[in-house]
Design a protein around this ligand. Structure first.
Ligand code: NAD
Ligand code: DAU
Length: 344
């Protein structure tokens, strides 16, 4: 099988590529990524010489490039997106371009090139915000996005389903809760807090730290995507969650404890505007129909993640200093030569 992965230089997409090439070594993967601030080819160093892996630098909003890239592809797994809520609050333009327009371009290319099987990666945030006593979100929860990021993801989900109904494009959608693990960009709360503590800096909690997220280890998410690709029903949506609801304060205390630091390292800062109170996922459908459930216990996953950041200091220090982009400008294209295609 030949798979086009979009956004494979980001956090979940790069973990997906490692997962897939290990489990299905005879499949081939083309990773198409614009290398925005969040894309980092360092995440793929371990596979860059694998003959079944190829990288294309490009924007999913580039119709000509995408039409070319989908030729001969059996499956598209669409991760590429602007993904950080705080950035969407500062400026939503890139979010509409990548998440809405980019998804449309990909869908059209899939439709016009033999109706290519299309799996769309989405988020629990499209469902809005739960009260403390509400039941978790499921596949039938009405959409109620409340940030520019979640609104752009909601729009993309609607477009994907519209292409199924209108053009019989063989699509599936997954909506997942908060991921954590290796290669997560240190703007997201877990890697930000781990790396701040390693630098001796405080950890900024928004508001009072009472907001709740449902944490899932990234490999569990990708195992769910695998289950949908192999056993999912065309046209269907599946919700994934980690069965691990934690307030941000409880999460922070766990990180502090595992890193041997005290609560004096907490700094309460201004709240995120429109900060969703609580996300939680009911993943019964995925369990019953796909045989999927999250496997990694939060404590084990968190220990593994902290270890990874301890053992890969150069990776996140280069990001925090901005050095990682210089590195690729200077070296990457010389080093791998033909496997890289650049637009612009
Ligand atoms: P990320 O920000 O780490 O990676 C996104 C990748 O997409 C980057 O490599 C970036 O360069 C690329 N990209 C952005 N715009 C592009 C464009 N126009 N063309 C081509 N590539 C582009 O994000 P992530 O956390 O890995 O999230 C991946 C997907 O999973 C997103 O669709 C996100 O909405 C979804 N998701 C994330 C989480 C989470 O907790 N991180 C949870 C559920 C769903
Ligand atoms: O729920 C899935 C979503 O999870 C994904 O769709 C998004 O792409 C991903 O970024 C993530 O969104 P969140 O906004 O939940 O993640 P973030 O790591 O930014 O924040 C998690 C919680 O921690 C949230 O309640 C805000 C809080 N927070 C975050 C940061 C960065 C802080 O208190 N301090 C911080 O410095």
């Amino acid at each position: 099988m030949k798979i086009l992965v979009t956004g494979g230089a980001g956090f979940i997409g790069s973990n997906f590529i490692h997962y897939w090439l290990k489990k299905y070594p005879t499949d081939s993967i083309v990773n198409l990524d614009a290398l925005t601030y969040a894309g980092n080819l360092e995440n793929l160093r371990a596979v860059e010489n694998n003959k079944n892996y190829k990288f294309i630098k490009g924007d999913i909003g580039d119709t000509e490039l995408i039409n070319d890239a989908v030729k001969g592809v059996d499956l598209i797994v669409h991760f590429a997106a602007e993904s950080h809520v705080d950035r969407s609050i500062m400026d939503s333009g890139d979010f509409i371009h990548a998440n809405v327009e980019g998804t449309r371009v990909l869908l059209d290319a899939a439709k016009n090139n033999g109706r290519i099987r299309f799996h769309h990666i989405s988020t629990d945030e499209v469902f809005g915000s739960l009260g403390l006593k509400d039941k978790p979100f499921n596949e039938n929860t009405a959409y109620d996005p409340r940030s520019p990021y979640s609104a752009s993801k909601a729009a993309s989900d609607h477009l994907v389903r519209a292409y199924f109904h209108t053009y019989k494009l063989p699509i599936t959608v997954s909506n997942c809760s908060n991921n954590y693990g290796p290669f997560q960009f240190p703007e997201k709360v877990i890697p930000l807090f781990i790396t701040n503590l390693m630098e001796g800096k405080k950890v900024p909690i928004y508001g009072q730290g009472g907001n709740i997220r449902d944490w899932i280890y990234v490999d569990d998410h990708n195992a769910g995507v695998d289950a949908i690709i192999k056993r999912g029903e065309i046209g269907e949506t599946y919700c994934f969650g980690g069965n691990c609801e934690l307030t941000n304060l409880a999460l922070t205390k766990k990180i502090l404890k595992l890193m041997g630091r005290g609560e004096e390292m907490i700094e309460y800062v201004a709240d995120r505007p429109g900060h969703d109170l609580r996300y939680a996922m009911d993943y019964k459908k995925a369990k019953n129909e796909l045989g999927w459930a999250p496997k990694v216990k939060f404590k084990d996953g968190l220990i593994k993640t902290i270890e990874w950041y301890k053992n890969n200091k150069a990776w996140w220090q280069n990001i925090k200093s901005g050095e990682y982009k210089q590195y690729y400008k200077k070296n990457y294209f010389d080093r791998t030569g033909k496997s890289v295609r650049t637009i612009n």
